[in-house]
Design a protein around this ligand. Sequence first.
Ligand code: NAD
Length: 462
Amino acid sequence: MNEALIRQIAETVLKELRGGSGSDKDQNGIFTEMSDAIEAAKNAAKVLRALSLDAREKIIQAVRASCREHAGELAKLAVEETGMGDVAHKTLKHILVADKTPGTEDLSTVAWSGDKGLTLVEQGPFGVVGAVTPCTNPGETIFCNAIGMLAAGNAVVFNPHPNAVKTSNLAVRLINEASERATGHRQNVVFSVVKPTLAAAEIMFRSPDISLLVATGGTAVVTAILSSGKRGIGAGAGNPPVLVDETADIAKAAADIIDGCTFDNNLPCIAEKEVVAVESVHAELIERMTERGAYLASPEVIESLVKVVFTDKGALNRACVGRSAKALLHTVGVTVSDDIRCIIFPAAAGHIFVQDELMMPILGIVKAKDFDEALDMCVQMEHGNRHSAHIHSKNVDRLTRYAKAIDTAILVKNAPSYAAIGFNGEGFCTFTIASRTGEGLTSAKTFTKSRRCVMSDALCIR
Ligand code: NAD
């Protein structure tokens, strides 16, 4: 046997052991090398392409069932692994994904027929989607992306957040097991890597086998995918303000804001991050909030919290993200009961807790002299992310003016922020809100490409 042949055999065996050449047995779609994950996804995309829509929908139904069944386990693991969030709320978020993420029914066909024939526009798969996911909603985003992307007919390669890799890869494994149960075939449909890194992401961004990239995360990752030269869907950072005017039901506004802000310890990107109230209701709003589990912090406590929440260099202390109000207060020597869900304080518009996206249950309540000033302040605080904003008001003209001025993908009126993703609200669920690139709340159809199919001079039967 010559040396070249021996080397070739050794390489093949090594590749097989690493799960390469599309053979990912015993790995449940999770590879050591990103390039092998992409190769396997490429093969899976061919298999998915050949499936009927009915078979595709059966996979989706099995994935939903798995998400529902493992909601508690995924929630618990995510909180253990990341140290962020609340198990009960995360469980609800997974159930929401299972129940309200659109499947194949989201895909539609447009048709024109006439003397010249029949023309259809259909929504076809891209093939392989490369998706980068956050640590704030790891299981939720993987399941939600998978349902939409698979319903669209794509295979998916994930590069999950390294701080949530166990939860994310458990979700990947569960989806593949569900798919196998639905089809009766050992064919993985979603893929990931053992150790997601920036280098792995770079391989994904450059791969000629991936034509659609979807990033759910902060500004850096969205910029990275948009610089790749491929089609990119960017679900980036937000800093949602809430405007409260004098026409609002103040007791309800207080309750809704505290409920939305504290959901999963403020991890959702859509959650209330600061409040601007007009002068005449500012004091009442604060008082009502304290009746709903808010702790009114003194200027000294807030000053101490600033030193904990931000490092000496002014960066966000990740150890504080997604912590409960009680745990945050404990870090500055304040002990409160479990009933305390949120930390509030009367804030200046320029306060760092107002201007920066904290992702923790701390709310600065800013005073504005009237609605016009409140509107300008909210637009400034949103920083042009065009992500989410909320308002409590019964004045329809003001609701309209606010909506036009703030120009966000999401605007919730007179409800907690989570109504935007179908939680106690109408409409479907998503955990990928394409704020920056304008697709808005993503669903199966977002992950398709438009294909026109023309039949000349026939099939018009009118
Ligand atoms: P993050 O930006 O730290 O990480 C998100 C993902 O991007 C991770 O997988 C990370 O490894 C990867 N990443 C970061 N920089 C990268 C780069 N330069 N190249 C390649 N990959 C890179 O975000 P996070 O802390 O996990 O999540 C919180 C942030 O995400 C917040 O800003 C929040 O508003 C935002 N978010 C937005 C949405 C949305 O739908 N718009 C949803 C969830 C979270």
